[in-house]
Ligand binder design. Structure first.
Ligand code: NAD
Length: 477
């Protein structure tokens, strides 16, 4: 496929989507994927991804205008292959029923938990890591024995077409189907009576998805966004914090759900931190326009949004510093220079909404408690990055801030861990996936109790005996 010309996707209507779901469900009811099938599927999927490695890099590059190939290989291809490898390795043991202890009063009955597939799972993906955010949920869902319908993002049409072709090459359409389309298709898709729905995207659309799922009581996993703070404690090596925050902010041009959104730094160290941050940026990006390692902002709509937020801050008198080694015009797509906004007020748009781009508000704080109160006074973040080497203070911080995930003294890397469950809390989402948690999300953990031939349940038969009354009297006294 030519990565610049996505193949025309078939149009979808609510009725055609319902028919597709009915086909997937009928096939699933007829034959559920067993262990051998699931493992074969995972092997075929991994082989297809490896074979399409270059095409994936090209498609995402074309969709973004420019996407650093290292970023695509690491964050779209490698993490997906790693997930497949991990799931494949553990699948047999995850699928095995697990013994569960039975309350002593009910012995000698036995208990177990069996892991049943749910049926047909719907997956809706965003544009920022367009491959992995569609395929990792697919991996977890097929590992659990489900059939799957995927709706990738309309803002990455080449990648979405590639995902459709790749899935069609690996799976028959009655087991996995990819439907393309925009918000209208997304709305109709999420109103379908899936057995589970995993949505990755913005908090605003997440609200609509939950409302669309409610009439069907479809369980939802919502992987949403929000503002993820980095909190630098007094005494922490400022240069190291600046380096790690620069990496987290510049990767994919800040278009990462778990990117550090803003920085809280002791007031007296604020300016030194900003200098060190720009030193780290300059080291990473000596040029912008012609730099193959700098990913573009996905489209003019997003870069326009970021420029408007900058203008909004300027109008409020916020001091702004930018890294502009060149004008960025040599880039094949949209470039926003890495920018620091110094102490923006809470009313500024950069402090109201998730930034999702290379803008970094840096706010000075006076006391650690003040910094914690600032974080606690806002929506629960998707990610939280404390930089601190004082054990007691760090423990207090970790016991205080409730976030989707935390990485201490670095950024982003918690997202790539197989057995750290991925998911937000409150406005940043609900539910988890990746690794075993993903298998569990797409399974019904069904408790089964097996009654023994000889047991004491006759005690519950009327007329209730004096023995039963004495037993209850003893247990409840
Ligand atoms: P978005 O919410 O605009 O779109 C996500 C998907 O939802 C797209 O496929 C879109 O077509 C679909 N959609 C749009 N309107 C819909 C509707 N009314 N009903 C159902 N579906 C609809 O998000 P985006 O701009 O593609 O992605 C950026 C957001 O995603 C950011 O907020 C980011 O933080 C978040 N995100 C979260 C994670 C995570 O793991 N928590 C990962 C990546 C991105």
């Amino acid at each position: 496929m030519d990565s610049r010309e996505p193949a025309q996707a078939p149009a979808h209507t609510p009725a055609s989507l319902a028919t597709t779901l009915a086909t997937l469900r009928a096939a699933w009811l007829k034959r559920r994927p067993d262990f051998a099938q699931r493992r074969t599927d995972l092997d075929h999927l991994a082989a297809a991804i490896k074979a399409k490695r270059e095409a994936i890099v090209e498609a995402i590059n074309a969709d973004f205008g420019r996407r650093a190939s290292v970023e695509t290989l690491a964050a779209d291809v490698m993490v997906t292959l790693e997930e497949i490898k991990h799931v494949r390795k553990h699948l047999r043991s995850w699928m095995k029923p697990k013994r569960a202890p039975i309350n002593v009063l009910f012995l000698p009955a036995r208990g177990e938990i069996r892991y049943l597939p749910l049926g047909v799972v719907g997956i809706v993906a965003p544009w920022n890591y367009p491959f992995q955010l569609a395929i990792i949920p697919l991996v977890d869902a097929i590992a659990a024995g489900n059939h799957v319908m995927i709706k990738p993002s309309e803002f990455t049409p080449r990648t979405s077409a590639l995902i459709r072709e790749l899935c069609a090459a690996v799976f028959p359409p009655e087991r996995v189907t990819v439907v393309e389309g925009g918000a209208d298709v997304g709305a109709a898709f999420t109103a379908l009576p899936f057995d589970h729905l995993l949505f990755t995207g913005s908090t605003a659309v997440g609200r609509k998805v939950m409302a669309a799922a409610a009439p069907n009581l479809t369980p939802v996993t919502l992987e949403l966004g929000g503002k993820s703070p980095a909190l630098i404690a007094p005494g922490f090596d400022l240069a190291l914090a600046a380096e790690r925050i620069a990496t987290g902010k510049l990767f994919n041009a800040g278009q990462t759900c778990v990117a550090p959104d803003y920085v809280l730094v002791p007031e007296a160290q604020r300016d030194a931190f900003i200098d060190l941050f720009f030193a780290a940026v300059a080291k990473r990006l000596p040029t912008l326009g012609d730099n193959p390692d700098l990913t573009c902002v996905i489209n003019p709509r997003q870069s326009q949004r970021l420029r408007e937020w900058l203008d909004d801050a300027k109008q409020r008198g916020v001091a702004i510093r930018q890294h502009t080694p060149d004008d960025g015009k040599a880039a094949p797509g949209e470039i926003i220079p890495p920018t620091v906004l110094i102490d923006p007020p809470d009313e500024a748009r950069v402090m109201q909404e998730e930034i999702f781009g290379p803008l970094l508000p840096v706010k000075g704080y006076r006391t650690h408690d003040e910094a914690l109160a600032y974080i606690l006074g806002r929506d629960r973040p998707l990610a939280f990055y404390p930089f601190d080497r004082d054990r007691a203070r760090l423990e207090r911080t970790l016991d205080t801030v409730v976030a989707g995930s935390v990485c201490v003294n670095d950024t982003l890397i918690q997202f790539g861990q197989h057995e750290l469950p991925i998911g937000g809390v409150g406005a940043s989402g609900m539910g988890h996936y990746h690794g075993h948690q993903g298998f569990l999300t797409f399974s019904k953990a069904m408790p089964v109790m097996r009654q023994a031939r000889l047991n004491g349940m006759f005690l519950f038969d009327q007329p209730y005996s004096g023995l039963m009354k004495r037993v209850l009297d003893f247990l409840t006294r």
